[in-house]
Design a protein around this ligand. Structure first.
Ligand SMILES: *Cc1c(COP(=O)(O)O)cnc(C)c1O
Length: 354
């Protein structure tokens, strides 16, 4: 039987996407060729890339607003560097809400002064700082919308006149936001969009070209815009699977529809964590993530028993990240509500048997 996969990334994708991807490996578009052996410059693959880019912009409601969508390589981690390469002249402002923000900040420091506007490190990143000010003379402001490891999520984004950059790797396409507030959004595919191997970048074109330094071609967003994400060989298969997931999302009714299910899933799980005396949530309630639910056993609870119960229930991937401990259930878009219920049932059974 298929496992209930709560892995944080690479993570669950819709079953129908797995099936279609498997078919395309054997016979892509009835060409009698595998998607793995065709040229990225073939007509059929160019159509895949175009569709993936269009769907990404459509889901974010950013068509015809001066934005370009790109599918690049190197993961979100390469974006930590590329953002600064392309946008940081003198000074940048960063909100530090976890491991990924910390890494982004570190790379930016290679290019200029970095102001950390606020940090939640004092409490091991279990909350999102509020009430900070953003220097208006900075080149851009950078934040992370969802903190995959600690299980917090930004519910409010600041307003600022400087460009806003956001790492949305673990909650892109999971909720409706005014995405036009952001000038650059990036997301590694492997959390909510596709397999590992490609990274979506959505950038407002008019923020580019304002930097004095020379940027190596492959690090320059303008290179990829001109080449329509084909400056070098793109991750053909990862882009194809991402396209299928974006189509799946569109057929479901888009981001607004999936947001309703995501909210329901999060409510089911958090209410059990709050009700069940054997569990305690990690993140501050008001900053809880609807994508990555972090929790611990209360002191003295029998970990071995709980671990055996969720394993018996066919659950996989809920061990917490080493920097938090405990458990982390990632409930991305493709996670069915029924799987969340299976986890909740295991938690209830644990209470009964303890
Ligand atoms: C997973 C993750 C990353 C790192 O992505 P890579 O593709 O492995 O480089 C960066 N930011 C966030 C928020 C993530 O969840």
């Amino acid at each position: 039987m298929k496992k209930h996969n709560f892995s944080a990334g690479p993570s669950i994708l819709p079953q129908e996407v797995f099936k279609k991807s498997a078919d395309a490996i054997l016979n892509f578009n009835n060409s009698n060729l595998s998607i793995l052996e065709i040229s990225h410059r073939s007509k059929d693959f160019i159509a895949v890339m175009d569709t993936a880019c269009e769907l990404a912009l459509e889901h974010l409601n950013l068509q015809n607003k001066g934005y370009k969508a790109l599918f690049l390589q190197g993961g979100a981690s390469t974006q930590f560097l590329m953002v600064a390469y392309n946008l940081l002249n003198h000074k940048a402002a960063y909100l530090n809400t976890g491991t990924w923000s910390t890494k982004a900040l570190k790379e930016a420091k290679l290019f200029g002064e970095v102001i950390e506007v606020a940090s939640s490190k004092d409490k091991n990143f279990n909350y999102v700082p509020k009430n900070y000010s953003i220097p208006t003379d900075a080149d851009y402001f950078h934040c992370t919308s969802n903190n995959t490891i600690f299980g917090t999520q930004l519910n409010h984004f600041p307003t600022t006149q400087i460009p806003m950059v956001c790492d949305m790797s673990s909650d892109i396409f999971s909720r409706v936001l005014d995405f036009s507030k952001f000038d650059l959004i990036y997301a590694g595919a492997q959390k909510n969009m596709g397999p590992a191997g490609t990274t979506l970048v959505v950038v407002k074109e008019d923020i580019l070209g304002k930097i004095e330094r020379t940027i190596p071609s492959i690090m320059d967003y303008r290179t990829h815009i001109t080449a329509e994400s084909m400056f070098n060989t793109p991750s053909v298969f990862a882009v194809y699977v991402s396209m299928l997931t974006l189509e799946w999302l569109k057929n479901l009714g888009g981001v607004a529809a999936i947001e309703k299910t995501n909210t329901q899933k999060a409510e089911i799980l958090y209410s059990e964590i709050d009700r069940n005396p054997l569990f305690v949530g990690f993140a501050e309630k008001e900053d809880r993530s609807k994508m990555n639910v972090t929790f611990n056993l209360t002191e003295g609870a029998n970990q071995e028993l709980f671990d055996s119960l969720w394993k018996e229930a066919g659950i996989s991937g809920i061990n917490g990240h080493r920097s938090v401990g405990g458990y982390r259930a990632s409930i991305y878009n493709a996670m069915p509500i029924e799987s969340v219920q299976v986890l909740v049932d295991a938690m209830k059974e644990f209470e009964r048997k303890s």
